[in-house]
Design a protein around this ligand. Sequence first.
Ligand SMILES: [Zn+2]
Ligand SMILES: [Zn+2]
Length: 395
Amino acid sequence: MNKVLNEAISIFDDVVEIRRDIHSHPEQGNKEFRTSGIIKKKLSEYGVDEILSPTETGVIGVIKGKKGEGKTVGLRCDMDALPVEEETNLPFSSQVKGEMHACGHDMHMAMMLGNARILCKMRDDFAGTVKLIFEPSEEIQPGGARKIIDSGMVDDVDAFFGLHVNPTKNDVGKICLRKGSSATSADEVYIKVHGKSGHGSTPHKANDAILAACQLNVLLGQIQSRNIDPLETCILTVNVIEGGIKSNVIADTCNLIATIRAYTQETREIAIQKIHDICRGVEKISGCKVEEDIRLGYDAMINDSRLVDIISDYYKKEIGPDFYKKMEEPFGGSEDFSFFSTKTGKPAVLMFLSAGHVKGMPVSTLHSPNCTFDEEAMKYGMAAMTNAALAILEK
Ligand SMILES: [Zn+2]
Ligand SMILES: [Zn+2]
């Protein structure tokens, strides 16, 4: 059996214990103080070479291989919980009211500590350095990745790997890999329409903000069908429209809030430009003033094809072809792990781990109060991340 997978299996009980402890004590973005303390304690117990604090709660563990100088690989996990009230009734359920690790970041951290322990033990087998990056506040914009990058502490990293668990019906422990687009960008659009109020019986003397807002909604919906390549995906939905006070008063203001998601930067830029164009056009025909505020969120995640080849060849050789599978479709959500590539210019791969669910419970989705995982999957998650590092660093 693969040496790393073997090690992962041998430390599995401890990893489960850590995961359950973190799960029952969730902490939301940038408040991961207890969690951060546990991580630092465990990292020093395992004997990492250095423990860095890139942000108040973020942690980086540094492990140097004994085969000499070499490349630096960054393995990243996220740390924060969500404002969700847990409903799983599992014995290690959240002890904090209204907060839950409903996105599996507890699994990510437990696995990353497992990676630290395995890599410390395997120092003789590789050259170069592994940086284990524990990123706070992934769930809250602007995300913790940017702060970690700004700290300068990952400037020397040559390749980044991230992993996200996914609740599944079966296929527990399968690593899902994809070249190119693997998660969407996510931006928010806030539009304020300022019209001119008037009596409901004399619309010609007013500028109807609601009518303009409705036209905006219809035109924004056409971006996908008329401006984006039919083979590309762009999701643009207006999810809030608020305005008006009474049946016989023409509304002078109306607000819209929308989300845009795209799998490539090009598609995202076309959509943003068209939003501006549509706002100017509606402004002209309605006589209303339209103010749009586009708040850029996370970038689209583009997996580096060469890195995907390197690690999948290594997995095939070291563990066997059934260890991973090609992911046909990208993940529909967004992840600020993308910044580790777009902001640094370094190649990165975000992989997904089919993480099952607790037997006897329904398969749930990430962020749901009933989200559960099969902890067995963590053995394979550790094997995937540690082997990815070794694929780059082994000599
Ligand atoms: Zn999430
Ligand atoms: Zn997540």
